[in-house]
Design a protein around this ligand. Structure first.
Ligand code: PEP
Length: 249
């Protein structure tokens, strides 16, 4: 499977950052074996799409309805209209700060699919849940609750992001990543049959140029969702390079 490397700019970036986005777009073009892109604040999507049309751009959330009385919200169709081709859904920050449930995430994923946006559906356990030995159950329950019944690799991928690894510089052991990605793969195959073998499973949480090669080499790690290290081309490019090398091997 080709690796996928997606940057998540979170609530960072203004029009003044368009040249930085263009630098990242140029880096992305240097690694044609990797499916990559940047998920930007909604306010930047249209301008970034015009400034760097070769870059795949995504949103970071969308509403489950197509339009209506939902002040402050953005629909999947609006993201598409602005130039996005994908959207992150169910990020742990959205689940925690906005109380998004698995059912919400599933409804958003259906809306994204209806608008032909590729969905990156995030799951992951808290540190307390891992310490209690519940990490796998928590993550598999999120998979069950957040993914539409009918889905395939062309519509979505999963991002396994242990909450305690996001932005902390801490990452799980390779064995823990292998176990979790293996459990997610088995569940995807149980749910979707043979098609479950092709659904990408990204790892997210403090991935950087130093650890990307090792993480990407773990079975069933099909790429990365990258926060902090996606903000600058100099930090993002080594991750693209690690993904590209794995693809060639
Ligand atoms: C994220 O927020 O999706 C993420 C992976 O962040 P970071 O890479 O900064 O840990």
């Amino acid at each position: 499977m080709r690796k996928r490397v997606i940057g998540n700019w979170k609530m960072n970036g203004t029009i003044a950052d368009l040249p930085k986005i263009a630098q990242i777009a140029a880096a992305v073009m240097r690694y044609p074996n990797v499916d990559s892109g940047l998920c930007l604040p909604a306010t930047l999507i249209s301008a970034a799409h015009a400034y760097s049309p070769q870059l795949q751009i995504g949103g970071q959330d969308c509403h489950m309805q197509e339009a209506g009385a939902h002040t402050g919200c953005i629909s999947a169709a609006m993201l598409l209209d602005a130039g996005a081709s994908m959207v992150i859904l169910g990020h742990s920050e959205c689940r925690a700060e906005q109380g998004q449930s698995d059912a919400d995430v599933r409804a958003k994923a259906l809306a994204a699919m209806q608008s032909n946006l590729f969905a990156i559906i995030c799951v992951g356990e808290s540190e307390a849940q891992r310490d209690l030995g519940n990490a796998e159950k928590v993550v598999l329950d999120q998979i069950e609750g957040s993914l539409p019944d009918i889905c395939d690799a062309a519509m979505l991928c999963v991002a396994y992001e242990p909450i305690w690894a996001i932005g902390t510089g801490r990452i799980p052991s390779s064995q823990d990543v292998e176990n979790m990605h293996g459990a997610i793969r088995s569940r995807l195959i149980e749910r979707q049959g043979e098609g479950g073998k092709n659904i990408g499973i990204l790892y997210g949480g403090s991935m950087n140029g130093e650890n990307a090669g090792e993480l990407m080499a773990i079975p069933n790690v099909d790429g990365g969702l990258i926060g902090g290290a996606s903000l600058l081309m100099e930090k993002f490019e080594p991750i693209l390079a690690a993904a590209n090398i794995e693809d060639i091997i």
